[in-house]
Design a protein around this ligand. Structure first.
Ligand SMILES: Nc1nc2c(ncn2[C@@H]2O[C@H](COP(=O)(O)OP(=O)(O)OP(=O)(O)O)[C@@H](O)[C@H]2O)c(=O)[nH]1
Length: 389
């Protein structure tokens, strides 16, 4: 499963974002559990279910809106100079290793200092929070590299081994590959063997960016004065109110409102007996949603998976006419595939045996056979024909 990590300084709203994103209404989450432990949960990305276009009865979506599970990790708060040993422990390393991408939460309201202590709203430039996390993570990687440097150079000299391959081994636990090392070296234009400290820090920054793509989330945007939002806009930030999302997801769970995560608005249930205070709270969230086109939480999750990680959604079926699996369930699965994947890749994703016995695939929307090398498109419904091995 694709996994996203939530990282940021203390008090920026990570846990609130995590709780909001993993709080799923029963009808959305057919996944057996949404919170695995305090820091690991299941969130969902939102897409269009093809059932309405194909006129088939479907039980896996809500009115044509389909939610697909992704893992979510709430990483412990990072403090300045964490790379020097203040709080960056094994747990952080482990969380980072598991993550395909990072949601970097910043306090868009400028209401917390570098360590997360509350200060007056607007008194800290939130752009500094972006730089801080990226700096800490690059310096932490640089620390690992420099501690191993002499050994790596020796290894590369004594064996028939390139320095890049040796570095890749050091970072393999973080999911970093030889290709990442090569691309980062090229991007910063350095020769690893002769690189000095400054070059290696730049290299680590690039390596971090390439191997763990980051989406910046400007949280607490509901409190943020315009002068805090403006500089963040230059950084391609998704603005959120995690607290707002949590409030309406809880209200939806209690049947007080109708809301699907990612909707631009919600409607109050006429039978709900809301107190004046509850109504006023929801009115504030509604106002934010109108201004920002929703609470932003779903937009951040979708942005990380569909844009940053470049995934498309493909629906494998066994019966290309009824769009069912062997048990008669309509559009039972939705796979998040890397853009550029082929029907053969899909076959392997369904099962190794199906991949190995792959014969051909049928595009259920057109009824046509497709070549095994043809790129799949977002929303494709595909039947794989294979000989069972
Ligand atoms: N107004 C507003 N308050 C928020 C929002 N998100 C979080 N908060 C509040 O900010 C405070 C900190 O939120 P947390 O979610 O605990 O922050 P955290 O980053 O997990 O903090 P640490 O556990 O210390 O790392 C809480 O009082 C939240 O209610 C938001 O979007 N808007």
């Amino acid at each position: 499963m694709i996994t996203l990590a939530i990282a940021g300084k203390p008090n920026c709203g990570k846990s609130t974002f995590f709780r909001a994103a993993t709080l799923a209404q029963a009808e959305i989450a057919n996944y057996p559990f949404t919170t695995i432990d305090a820091n690991h949960g299941v969130a969902y990305v939102r897409t269009t279910c093809p059932c309405q276009e194909m006129c088939v009865p479907c039980e896996n979506c809500r009115d044509g809106v389909r939610f697909i599970p992704v893992g979510l990790i709430d990483v412990a708060g990072l403090v300045p100079e964490a790379h020097l040993g203040r709080g960056l422990g094994n747990q952080f390393l482990d969380n980072l290793r598991q993550a395909d991408a990072i949601l970097q939460i910043v306090d868009a309201s400028g209401g917390t200092d570098a360590e997360g202590n509350p200060i007056d709203v607007g008194s800290r430039d939130p752009v500094k929070d972006i730089e801080f996390l990226q700096y800490e993570m690059s310096m932490w990687m640089y620390g690992i590299l420099s501690r191993n440097w002499a050994k790596l150079v020796r290894q590369a000299q004594s064996k028939d081994f390139s320095l890049a391959a040796a570095i890749a081994e050091v970072f393999a636990g973080l999911g970093i590959t030889y290709e990442h090392i090569r691309d980062a070296t090229e991007a910063v234009g350095i020769e690893l063997r002769t690189a000095g400290e400054e070059d290696l820090i730049r290299f680590c920054h690039e390596l971090m960016t390439i191997s763990k793509p980051m989406l910046i989330v400007g949280n607490k945007a509901d409190l943020a004065p315009e002068e805090c939002l403006e500089p963040l806009r230059k950084h391609d930030v998704v603005f959120t109110s995690a607290a707002g999302e949590l409030a309406i997801r809880m209200a939806a769970e209690g049947n007080f409102v109708r809301y699907l995560p990612g909707d631009r608005s919600f409607t109050e249930n006429p039978e709900a007996n809301l107190s004046a205070a509850q109504r006023a709270g929801l009115a504030k969230v509604a106002e934010f949603m109108q201004k920002f086109d929703g609470t932003g939480v779903q937009k951040a999750l979708d942005g990380a998976v569909f844009n940053l990680l470049d995934r498309i959604v493909v629906f494998p079926v066994e019966d290309e006419h009824k769009l069912t699996d062997g048990k008669g369930r309509v559009l039972p699965d939705a796979f998040l595939m890397k853009r550029g994947s082929t029907s053969r890749d899909l076959a392997y994703q369904v099962h190794t045996d199906i991949g190995e016995g792959f014969l051909y695939a049928i595009d259920a929307k057109t009824g046509m056979r497709i070549k095994d090398t043809q790129e799949l498109k977002n929303g494709d419904i595909i039947k794989i024909v294979s000989v069972r091995k």
